[in-house]
Design a binder for this molecule. Structure first.
Ligand code: AMP
Length: 126
């Protein structure tokens, strides 16, 4: 069952134009903008325009058109940033937090694209 979607979350407000964002790129079904608290020189959030709480909701409920659009937009951004390993770029990391254990802060599906410095191990040691 899909989670209830809170249309007052901050990314829903960005999508409605109620609060600003630093837009990187937009497509028919997706939007990419810079994270306000960047953790790497390039820290971009890619979100679907549809009302999905997190990655699993999106993967299971979004249309094929939305999923292809989202995935292609991520690839285009990586290419435009010059970080694609295939093009000699230094690489990047994608992260998508979902739910309590991940400490997901904003309940609208998003993928973090991080690049521009060595990114360390997958998870902090604790
Ligand atoms: P998560 O923990 O995966 O839900 O991450 C949410 C991310 O959204 C954090 O990295 C925040 O810095 C970022 N964030 C929160 N509010 C905004 C905003 N208004 N514009 C851009 N990024 C934001």
């Amino acid at each position: 069952m899909a989670h209830a979607y809170d249309d007052q979350n901050i990314f829903a407000k960005i999508l409605r134009g109620e609060i600003p964002c630093t837009k990187v790129k937009e497509s028919a079904h997706s939007l990419a903008f810079r994270d306000v608290r960047p953790q790497a020189p390039e820290h971009i959030l890619v979100i679907p325009k549809g009302a999905y709480v997190n990655y699993d909701d999106f993967a299971l409920a979004a249309s094929e058109a939305e999923i292809v659009d989202f995935t292609r937009l991520l690839g285009e951004i990586a290419a435009e940033l010059g970080v694609r390993p295939a093009d000699g770029g230094a690489g990047f990391r994608l992260v998508s937090n979902a739910g309590r254990d991940s400490l997901q802060e904003v309940p609208h599906m998003h993928v973090h694209l991080l690049a521009g410095r060595p990114l360390g191990g997958l998870l902090p040691a604790d």
